[in-house]
Write a protein that binds this ligand. Structure first.
Ligand code: 13P
Length: 245
């Protein structure tokens, strides 16, 4: 089970510190807590990655929300995989729909980012998902298959996929359990990789979604910002893992 908190452009240094103090207490004091650092991933903003890596990486894995597609160069404001590597970050979110939409990231750029991550031993968490229109037209599976053409097929690569229907992100709406099952089974038929679900995942719907055999975890935005709700979701994941032992 892999649970990823994507904080997007939220939390300053004080808020980041306060979250961690409270969250660390919760996971340390809970004697029933099985989840390890490979199960709990947090993606704070770039300025706090190093702080997180230094203070928190014994208990959780630190994730970058993005990286540049070239090794280095005259790209003011960008962050390279080498920089991420040098502070010990091991995961990068690639192709989030917000980056595709607001920063015009296209498949050729995303492919380069994925390859650069793999060459540098960083695990890309590659997001995909249909629009509302795609789903209404029942085109969602072909759209998803097309989006996933950026995934290298040869070799045994360490890649995590994340199904995030665009219409479910931040909307309070989720696909039905059947619809989530359909997409995850389809993608797992194409790629032998873990597939997370993201999009309005919260402490109330977490059990129904995370207990599906085709769902390997969650990618969580809004509900990961408060340590209480994030911890509640982790407890759901924890209980599902415990039930499988
Ligand atoms: P929400 O959980 O806020 O819907 O965001 C999902 C997401 O975009 C995570 O990457």
């Amino acid at each position: 089970m892999i649970i990823v908190a994507n904080w997007k452009m939220n939390k300053d240094l004080t808020e980041t510190r306060l979250f961690w103090e409270d969250f660390e207490n919760k996971i340390t004091l809970d004697s029933d807590f099985l989840l390890q650092k490979e199960n709990i991933l947090i993606a704070p903003s770039f300025p706090f990655l190093h702080h997180f890596q230094t203070k928190c990486s014994e208990k959780i894995s630190v994730v970058a929300q993005n990286c540049h597609h070239d090794n280095s160069g005259a790209y003011t404001g960008e962050v390279s995989v080498k920089m991420l590597n040098s502070i010990g970050v091991k995961y990068v979110i690639i192709g989030h729909s917000e980056r595709r939409m607001h920063f015009n990231e296209k498949d050729d750029i995303l492919k380069k980012k994925i390859n650069l991550c793999l060459e540098n031993n960083l695990c890309p968490i590659v997001c995909f998902g249909e629009t509302h229109e795609d789903r209404a037209l029942n085109n969602h599976l072909s759209v998803i298959e097309h989006q996933l053409n950026i995934i290298p097929v040869e070799g045994n690569k360490k890649i995590i996929l994340a199904y995030e229907p665009i219409w479910a992100i931040g909307s309070g709406k989720t696909p039905s359990i059947k619809e989530i099952e359909e997409v995850h089974s389809y993608v797992k038929g194409l790629y032998n990789l873990p597939v997370l679900y993201g999009g309005s995942l919260n402490e109330k719907n977490a059990n129904d979604i995370l207990c599906l055999p085709e769902v390997d975890g969650g990618l969580i935005g809004g509900a990961s910002l408060l340590s209480d709700t994030f911890f509640s979701i982790l407890k759901v994941a924890n209980n599902i893992m415990r039930s499988k032992i």
